[in-house]
Design a protein around this ligand. Structure first.
Ligand SMILES: [Zn+2]
Ligand SMILES: [Zn+2]
Length: 380
C-alpha cells in the first residue's frame, strides 16, 4: 500500500515527507494505523548521522501509538481494532539476554534495529524508485501506517488518548525504568536529574513516585525547570551559569546525592553526574551519546565506592512494564499532557528536530490522525 512517511535520505538534508510503499504484515507482524508519534532526541542523532554510517535511507520515528489494522497468521495477542503503543525492542524471548531476564538487551532485536530491518532481517518499506528503506528502530512510526514485529505492538487499555500514549514507548518507559529498574530508587533517597527534556521530565516524575526525599532538577532552561518542579522536583538548579554548579546541586540536596541521572548524552554532564554523588552513590547514564564520544573520571574516587551505570530502554521488559505505566497515566498519577510542548502534523517532523537541536520545548507530538489520536488543535 502507499503511505506518507517522513524519510531521512541522508544526514544534513531536511527530513521530508514522501509517498512510500509499505508491504503487508508477515506471519509474526502487525500492521498499525499510526495515530500519533513523539519526536525524541535519538531521532535528531539519527538525522545528524552521529549514530554510525549506513543508517539511511530510513523512515524515522520510534515512539508512538495507533490502532491495529491487520495481523499476521501467528499473532494472537492483538487483533484489528486494538489500541497499541510501540516498543522498539520487540524481544525474541529465546536469546541469551532474553533467557537471563534482560529483554531490553535482546540480541536479535539489537542487531536488526541497528540494520534498520524487522526481526527476519528484511524491510517492508520501499521508496518511489523501488529502493529499500530502513525501519527506524524497528518502528518507523513517522508514517500514516507501519508494520512492526508482533512484540513491538503492546496493547493498551482504555483511558489514555493516543496523542499522549504516543510517549509511553520511549520517553516514559526509559525514564521510569531508569528510576525503578536501572537504579532502584528507594524512599527518602536523594536524586539529581541532569537534563529535563522529554525523558528527564519522566525521570523526575518517576523519582517522585518512588518516594525520593529530594529530587533536584538540573537544566539551563528556566521553563523546563519550572515544568520539573510542577512534576515533583523538590529543587531546581539553573546551570546556564556554570559557576559552582557541583556545589549548588549538592547544597540543594543537603550534601552529595544517592543517585544522579544524566539525561543528555554529553561527557561534561556525565562528569557532573559523577561529581555530585556522595560516597557510595551511583550515576546512571540515560542520555545517548554520539558514536566515538569518551568520558573520563577521577579514578581515585572509585575508593569511595561511587559507581556509574549504563541504561538502555529502562532496563526492562517493555511488554510487561508499558501497561503498568499506562495505568499510572490513566489514574492521573503520571501526567503526560504537560510535557507535550507542541502538537503538529507529519509535515512538522523536520521543524520538530530543529527545535530539539535548539533545546526548545520538551516533546513535540506528531499527529497523523487527529480523531484517532483524540488530539487538540495542531499547530503548523
Ligand atoms: Zn527515544
Ligand atoms: Zn532475545
Amino acid at each position: 500500500m502507499r503511505i506518507r512517511a517522513a524519510v531521512l535520505r541522508e544526514p544534513g538534508r531536511p527530513v521530508a515527507v514522501e509517498e512510500v510503499e509499505l508491504d503487508g504484515p508477515q506471519a509474526d507482524e502487525v500492521l498499525v494505523r499510526v495515530a500519533a508519534a513523539g519526536v525524541c532526541h535519538s531521532d535528531v542523532h539519527l538525522a545528524d548521522g552521529v549514530l554510525g554510517n549506513g543508517r539511511w535511507p530510513m523512515v524515522l520515528g520510534h515512539e508512538g501509538a495507533g490502532v491495529v489494522e491487520a495481523v499476521g497468521e501467528r499473532v494472537t495477542h492483538v487483533a484489528p481494532g486494538d489500541r497499541v503503543a510501540f516498543s522498539f525492542v520487540p524481544s525474541c524471548g529465546s536469546c541469551r539476554s532474553c533467557r537471563a531476564g534482560r529483554r531490553n538487551l535482546c540480541e536479535p532485536a539489537g542487531r536488526n534495529a541497528l540494520a534498520g530491518m524487522l526481526m527476519d532481517g528484511t524491510s517492508r518499506l520501499r521508496g518511489a524508485g523501488g529502493e529499500v528503506l530502513q525501519h527506524g528502530l524497528m518502528t518507523a512510526c513517522f508514517a500514516e501506517r507501519t508494520v512492526v514485529a508482533a512484540a513491538g505492538a503492546v496493547p493498551l487499555e482504555a483511558g489514555i488518548p493516543l496523542w499522549q500514549a504516543a510517549l509511553l514507548g520511549c520517553g516514559v518507559v526509559t525514564g521510569a525504568g531508569a528510576v525503578r529498574n536501572t537504579a532502584g530508587v528507594r524512599l527518602g533517597d536523594s536524586v539529581a536529574v541532569i537534563g529535563c527534556g522529554g525523558v528527564g521530565l519522566q525521570v523526575v516524575a518517576a523519582a517522585g513516585l518512588a518516594g525520593a526525599g529530594r529530587v533536584v532538577a538540573v537544566d539551563r532552561d528556566r521553563a523546563k525547570l519550572e515544568l520539573a518542579l510542577a512534576r515533583g522536583a523538590t529543587d531546581a538548579v539553573d546551570v546556564s551559569d556554570e559557576e559552582n554548579m557541583v556545589k549548588r546541586i549538592r547544597a540543594a540536596a543537603g550534601g552529595g546525592l544517592d543517585w544522579a541521572f544524566e539525561v543528555i548524552g554529553r561527557p561534561s554532564t556525565m562528569r557532573l553526574a559523577w561529581d555530585v554523588l556522595r560516597p557510595g552513590g551511583t550515576a546512571i547514564v540515560v542520555g545517548l551519546a554520539p558514536v566515538g564520544v569518551e568520558v573520563s573520571l577521577p579514578a581515585i574516587e572509585f575508593l569511595s565506592e561511587k559507581s556509574i551505570k549504563g541504561c538502555f530502554y529502562g532496563s526492562t521488559d517493555v511488554a510487561d512494564e508499558l501497561p503498568r505505566l499506562a495505568r499510572l497515566v490513566a489514574s492521573g498519577r503520571l501526567p503526560l499532557a504537560d510535557v507535550i510542548s507542541r502538537v503538529t502534523g507529519l509535515d512538522g517532523v523536520d521543524d520538530a528536530l530543529e527545535r530539539l537541536r535548539r533545546g526548545e520545548g520538551a516533546r513535540t507530538v506528531i499527529v497523523m490522525d487527529r480523531e484517532l489520536a483524540q488530539a487538540p488543535e495542531l499547530v503548523a
